[in-house]
Ligand binder design. Sequence first.
Ligand code: UN1
Length: 513
Amino acid sequence: PHSIQDVLRQLGVTADNAAYSTGRTWGGATNADRRVINAPADGRRIASVAFATVADYETVVKAAEEAFKTWRLVPAPKRGEIVRQIGNKLREFKEPLGKLVSAEMGKILQEGLGEVQEMIDICDFAVGLSRQLHGFTMHSERPAHRMYDQYQPLGLVGIISAFNFPVAVWSWNAMLAAVCGDVSIWKPSEKTPLTAVAVQHIIRDVLAENEIPEGVFSVIIGDVSIGAAMAADKRLPLISATGSTRMGRKVGEVVGARLGRALLELGGNNAIIVTKNADLNIAIRAIVFGAVGTAGQRCTSTRRVIIEESVFEEVKSRLLATYPKLPIGHPLQEGTLVGPLIDADAVKMFQEALVKVQAEGGKVLAGGEVLNRPELAGGHYVTPALVEVENHYHTVQEETFAPILYLIKYSGEVQNAIDLQNDVRQGLSSSIFTLNMREAEAFLAASGSDCGIANVNIGTSGAEIGGAFGGEKETGGGRESGSDAWKVYMRRQTNTINYSTELPLAQGIKFDV
Ligand code: UN1
């Protein structure tokens, strides 16, 4: 009933797709190393993909290096024009691409479509940005001197993306990189390569129509060996990597050792604080969307709720009333709110975390089962879990990429809740629900949330692309998408120009020769 074969055809994903593309053309062995991609929803085969070799990677880098030589000289607004056309193509293909995201990753169709919308939005943002790559002008201390800074293209940008946002994270990076005059090489997650192949098919028409040279937008399908080659490659001045803290630590170390730039988007352990002054109607909706949306597999998913003691029982009972009614099912089925986890390993991690947290004293209040109903056969479905815990438990300190929500009680001042929220190794997203202005401002103060994202009366997930996205501590420190995140994709240069007949030295130094 949910066959995706038509969608694959519509998107140009054929049974013999190749392992890499440098833009318009595809290359690499088509049958040397083929891997089968199964749908998380029912375990059924969607298609197979070819995996690239490190030799293929070399070909891709060579094309990218060539392309950069010309792309960096194309005026930024003209580069923006290509991104504008890519945005329009994505609008045309929003429906089938959203479906494929849903089928391959397992998120519900609404969220699959939402992910494609994020791609469209970042295209729009990047088009505007292409006329706003501003530097400052400064006043020189020396007469008849001019001083300013300018942003130049950086070079080859490596993008390593994760399964949970298989296409949007690429677009945040690749669209900004493109208007900045960079060329990009994308290695999608090996769990979700089909959507990457589809995206490349979508953009290739734009590249062909505009005679964009090969190598401006490359994609390479492969395993960890490709990611490792990218991290170690001096020819890639910037590596943008999204995934687990374990992966990011490795990438960061290798990139750091060669003094390259790493933009890291790693794990979160995001909390919502609910004070006694919260509007519980919106708080509950935000908590549930944050905890079970994308089956808890967003880096921004809500993992902890820190609740003031006088409203604890009410929040708990409202969540307990909602959880058993959550429609769990096929992600393409209208009405489903909770789809499957990505694979069997994810289900295992979900179960293990629940065993561990109970051993530490956690009380499972709802959910936590693996579902084997006939209509969900072959899938990786679980019932989202609610667990009453204390913040210091080892399991609570970890990010488990699954729908487990930890309920934590606090008493006294809001600062106690803020301290608990900050008392984890990760620092991505955070929110507070309160109608009290002092509590809200305390949360946003220097002594407030230590996360890259801090929201008031909005949940932890579902950020707009217009803001800079990323987090502190073990989340890796990177910022991508909106605001001035573009600067990391550029080479900054300070220019001082002397138009006098003298050579005055800065700081008034006398040096007569
Ligand atoms: C991610 O989970 O890697 O804020 C990205 C959000 C989305 C992006 C999540 N806009 O939840």
